[in-house]
Ligand binder design. Structure first.
Ligand code: EPU
Length: 302
């Protein structure tokens, strides 16, 4: 969708928003798949309620893009624009045991920044790609750690009120790859409370997780991490592997030969290729094991 020729463009510029026309989401997502649309860069989080009010008044559909590491985007000219908070570096401030982190900060960068200040707990999250905001929304987890355990406060744009608000950690539900945030809430900042630990000890933990990840996941290929959630008591990756589906392909969308729950873009896969592969594998797993696999990756239709 193009809004640069619409009167709203000037009003957004007055709010300090930068409009980038014709951005390819294939270049902004870890899967390397996705069509084209206009992007709004929101540098001042305070302006978000006004920006969204303008878009709603004008009837401009939008989606919010975080780190782009857990999303499968439709191809072609997209019928909505994308809002994005530009990444901040380091985007973290530490005070005692608390870390105040911008949603746009890099998750791995945050883990190491805190480690250097002797705050641990998040070692397992070190290789999870993406932003803090995305990690919060999905309650990112790996190797026994989930980010939700450390959340004490979240500042967010609440779609229900149309305002920025602050929620207490206790008022948010963090489940397996699921949270009680509304789909159109936008994460802005978080306060984490982390256990103190000597830096060397944290680094040793990080090293172990990195090695496990390197040994089992296709880190140098384009993917969005695991494509399906694990059903209770079962492993999607193991089931897909047992069916001999590693390297199964639709166009350039392929089941990884390393970890069967990672579906990779092995060249120039289209969204349609990926969706067909996902459907095919889901049906085979259902037939063989009786599980209805649920997508872990979020799909943005056109
Ligand atoms: N397995 C296979 N073949 C495969 C993949 C896995 O037999 O191709 C077996 C493994 O040998 C192991 C079991 O399945 O016995 C579980 O595999 P793994 O330890 O790799 O964990 P997972 O359940 O597949 C989860 C998360 C990952 C996270 C790892 C490590 C989900 C959907 N995935 O994977 O998170 O990194 O544990 O904690 O919960 C993600 O969220 O995108 C993600 C990659």
């Amino acid at each position: 969708m193009r809004i640069s020729d619409m009167p709203i463009a000037a009003r957004l510029a007055a709010l300090g928003v930068e409009l980038r026309p014709g951005v390819s989401l294939a270049e902004h997502t870890s899967l390397g798949i996705g069509g084209t649309t206009d992007e709004l860069l929101i540098r001042r989080y305070e302006t978000l309620p006004d920006v969204i009010r303008e878009l709603k008044n004008e009837g401009v559909p939008y989606k919010f893009l975080g780190g782009g590491t857990n999303v499968l985007v439709a191809d072609g000219e997209l019928p909505w624009i994308v809002l994005h908070l530009p990444s901040t570096h380091p985007g973290v401030r530490v005070e005692g045991n608390a870390a105040f982190v911008d949603a746009a900060a890099d998750l791995g960068g945050t883990v190491t920044y805190c480690a250097k200040r002797d705050l641990g707990g998040m070692e397992g999250l070190i290789g999870v790609p993406g932003s803090i905001g995305g990690a919060l929304r999905m309650n990112a987890g790996a190797y026994g750690t989930q980010i939700g355990s450390y959340v004490r406060e979240v500042e967010l744009y609440r779609a229900a009120s149309g305002e920025n608000e602050t929620l207490r950690g206790d008022d948010i539900r963090f489940d397996y790859r699921h949270t009680s945030f509304a789909p159109d809430d936008i994460m802005l900042r978080v306060k984490l409370e982390l256990p103190p630990k000597p830096y060397q000890e944290i680094v040793a933990g990080i090293r172990v997780c990195n090695e496990k990840r390197r040994a089992s996941q296709p880190l140098n290929q384009k993917s969005a991490g695991c494509i399906f959630k694990n059903p209770q008591g079962a492993s999607a990756g193991r089931m897909i592997d047992e069916l001999g589906l590693k390297k199964l392909r639709v166009g350039d969308a392929m089941v990884s030969d390393r970890h069967a729950n990672f579906f990779v873009n092995a060249g120039s896969a289209s969204c349609d290729d990926m969706l067909r592969l996902v459907d095919d594998v889901r049906q085979r797993v259902k037939k063989a094991f009786g599980f209805d696999l649920e997508n872990e990756v979020i799909f943005w239709k056109n």
